[in-house]
Design a protein around this ligand. Sequence first.
Ligand code: NAD
Length: 361
Amino acid sequence: MQNLELKNKTILVTGAAGFIGANLVTKLIGRHEQMTIIGLDNMNDYYDVSIKEFRLGEIDKLVAENDFITWEFIKGDLADNALIKEIFDKFKPQIVVNLAAQAGVRYSITNPDAYIQSNLIGFYNILEACRHSYDNYEGGVEHLVYASSSSVYGANKKVPYSTDDKVDNPISLYAATKKSNELLAHSYSKLYNIPSTGLRFFTVYGPAGRPDMAYFGFTNKLIKGETIEIFNFGNCKRDFTYVDDIVEGVMRVMQGAPERKDGEDGLPLPPYAVYNIGNSSPENLLDFVDILQQELIAAEVLPADYDFDAHKKLVPMQQGDVPITYADTSALERDFSFKPSTSLRDGLRKFAQWYKEFYKV
Ligand SMILES: NC(=O)c1ccc[n+]([C@@H]2O[C@H](COP(=O)([O-])OP(=O)(O)OC[C@H]3O[C@@H](n4cnc5c(N)ncnc54)[C@H](O)[C@@H]3O)[C@@H](O)[C@H]2O)c1
């Protein structure tokens, strides 16, 4: 592995107004090192844009307090090839973190175009820009880090999910695009010697998270007095990963690029890696919902006497769902001495407190 400093670097973060992207930018600023951070995001309305604006506002406040950071936000589309070229020509990023994507599994049924545009064409534009960076500026891109997803494991039954497992059977278009990203990155790493690392994130949650995700949707429904549906009668186990843990993992990975070396044939071996980042300790869905409810009451988002049982419906498994999924994170621990550690209670408490503040409940 090649160690990279973040200090004095120019870092491009795509999806910078997104949940993980904005948290990453925040943590990078918090390092108190000289850095140029370029954020790209098209601010699409897949979910409430005011949350994206809120995140950017928080970043602006931090930037204002930190002289050593140069922060440039560009509102634009990853699928716009000319724009991506322009960004690379102008800013010459040395580290690229590609987080912009159309996320969500269900939305891909109604809006497949968004996945092809952002996740395939957009990612291809990033790869091409990385490839040409070596001709266009000194050193070029030293490390491309990009978001993949635990959804690449499809309906695999073997747990924990390991990066050594076969992942050739995606069960959603979203998963297919994420697996494609890994394949495309592999070919570009081999052909153009681009050090790249894909990160398979496992259900990320936290303050100012994504409203399309279950914990956020449950909260919205409970407040309105609606009933939430808990699949497989609550007998599902999942890895829920707190956003700070994800971001810490991303930052460590950014600083360790797969090494460029030649194989026996004298040709470069692809400097390519893929890791899982997840809590590696699956939680029962019912326990998750129970802790969420307790923390919503503690944060005064829900009243103390809220009749939770009256708003909870246990329903059968949905098609394609698997009863238990969690990450084998041994490779991340081995290479980066890191394992997520935030407890569900601490993480959900922070979410509940943020929710109270943001929606002025
Ligand atoms: N949050 C999770 O649980 C999770 C799990 C697995 C993988 N991921 C992946 O991690 C990455 C970040 O996820 P997130 O939860 O922060 O999602 P997010 O939707 O909050 O962030 C993605 C951001 O990218 C932007 N974007 C989308 N398409 C774009 C385009 N074509 N051009 C420019 N910007 C575009 C969106 O406006 C959004 O702000 C995504 O690639 C996602 O697929 C997330």
